[in-house]
Design a protein around this ligand. Structure first.
Ligand code: ZN
Length: 304
C-alpha cells in the first residue's frame, strides 16, 4: 500500500504546512544575559521576552521549516565551552553525551523524535500500549504546545525528553540562544507532563560547546543514539527494515525513530509492532532512556 493511502494518516498533514509567519525571530530571542542562569530564570526570561513582544504564537509548525538546518555539515566548527566572562564556572562538574549504554543486560531504549504530531503520535502510542512497551519521546516544545492535549493523557509509563523549542540547530546558537531554545521547551514539557525533563536530544544530533554549557547549566544530560530506523533505505522493503532493526540492536542500544515527518518514515511505524516482537524474541526488554542509563554497568576502575 502506498504511504499516502494509509487510512489512519490521511487528511491534512500539519508537518507539511508552510510556515505561518515570522515567529522564529521571536521564539528564539535570547534571554537577558545572566551569568548565574538557572532553569527557573531561563524559563521566566523566555516567557517575559515573548510577552514583551505582544505576540501570540499560533499556527502550524511546518516540517520543511523545522528541518531547514539539517543540511549543515556533520563536522562543524568550534564553539566556546566556557562562559563569556571566563570567571563563571559551569553549574556542575560534567555533562554526559550518551550514544548508548554499557550493559550486558538485553535492554533497549526506543526513542521517538520531533512530535507530538496529530495522527502519528497517537498511532505510535497505540502500538506501544498494545505491546506494553515503554518509550522515550523527545518532543519539540512548540509542537507540544500545539498538540500536547492529544497525547498528554497517554504518556504514563513513557519518558519525555527535550528536543528544543523549534527544532533549530543548537550548534549555531550562542549560549544564551541555546538556553532559550532548551528552556522554553522545558517549560512547555513540564506543563504537559507534570514533571521536569532531564534529557536533551539536540536536533540533528548537532551540538557545540555552547550546547554542552547550556545543557549543563540547565541540568540536562545529552542523549543521542547509536541505531536508527533508516526509513529511506527501506521505503519499499518494510520487512527488510524490521529484520535490520531486530538483528542490529545490541544490549544498551538507544534506537532513534520519529513520530512525525515525511511519509516515507511511516515504514518504521508500520513495522514497529513486528520489531518489538522480534527484539523480545531475542530476549530484549524495552526501557526508557533514564531506566537504561540507570542500568549502566559501573565504570571499571583503572588498574594500579
Ligand atoms: Zn529532530
Amino acid at each position: 500500500m502506498p504511504p499516502t493511502n494509509d487510512p489512519e494518516l490521511t487528511g491534512p498533514e500539519p508537518d507539511s504546512a508552510p510556515s505561518s509567519g515570522p515567529h522564529d525571530q521571536l521564539v528564539e530571542r535570547p534571554v537577558e544575559h545572566d551569568r548565574a542562569l538557572s532553569r527557573r530564570r531561563v524559563l521566566s526570561g523566555a516567557a517575559a521576552a515573548l510577552a514583551g513582544a505582544g505576540v501570540t504564537l499560533t499556527g502550524e509548525f511546518g516540517y520543511a521549516e523545522a528541518t531547514a538546518d539539517s543540511k549543515l555539515p556533520v563536522y562543524g566548527g568550534y564553539a566556546a565551552t566556557v562562559h563569556a566572562d571566563r570567571s563563571t564556572p559551569p553549574r556542575s562538574s560534567r555533562v554526559d553525551v550518551v550514544w548508548s549504554v554499557d550493559t550486558t543486560r538485553r535492554l533497549i531504549a526506543l526513542t521517538f523524535d520531533d512530535g507530538p504530531a496529530p495522527n502519528w503520535t497517537p498511532r505510535v502510542l497505540s502500538i506501544l500500549a498494545q505491546t506494553d512497551t515503554p518509550a522515550t519521546f523527545f518532543m519539540v516544545g512548540r509542537r507540544a504546545r500545539e498538540y500536547g492535549r492529544l497525547v498528554a493523557h497517554r504518556l504514563a509509563g513513557h519518558e519525555v525528553g527535550n528536543h528544543t523549542w523549534a527544532h533549530r540547530d543548537l550548534a549555531k546558537m550562542t549560549y544564551e540562544q541555546a538556553c532559550t531554545a532548551i528552556g522554553r521547551a522545558h517549560n512547555e514539557l513540564t506543563r504537559l507532563c507534570g514533571r521536569e525533563p532531564t534529557l536533551l536530544r539536540p536536533p540533528y544530533g548537532h551540538l557545540s560547546g555552547s550546547t554542552l554549557l547550556a545543557a549543563n547549566d540547565l541540568g540536562y544530560q545529552v542523549v543521542l543514539w547509536n541505531r536508527q530506523m533508516l526509513e529511506s533505505r527501506f521505503t519499499q522493503n518494510p520487512d527488510g527494515l524490521v529484520d535490520y532493526i531486530v538483528e542490529s540492536c545490541d544490549p544498551g542500544t538507544i534506537l532513534l525513530a520519529h513520530d512525525t515527518g515525511p511519509v516515507d518514515r511511516l515504514v518504521a511505524i508500520r513495522g514497529l509492532a513486528a520489531m518489538i516482537a522480534g527484539l523480545r524474541r531475542r530476549g530484549f526488554e524495552f526501557v526508557t532512556v533514564s531506566e537504561l542509563m540507570a542500568a549502566a554497568a559501573p565504570a571499571t576502575a583503572p588498574a594500579h
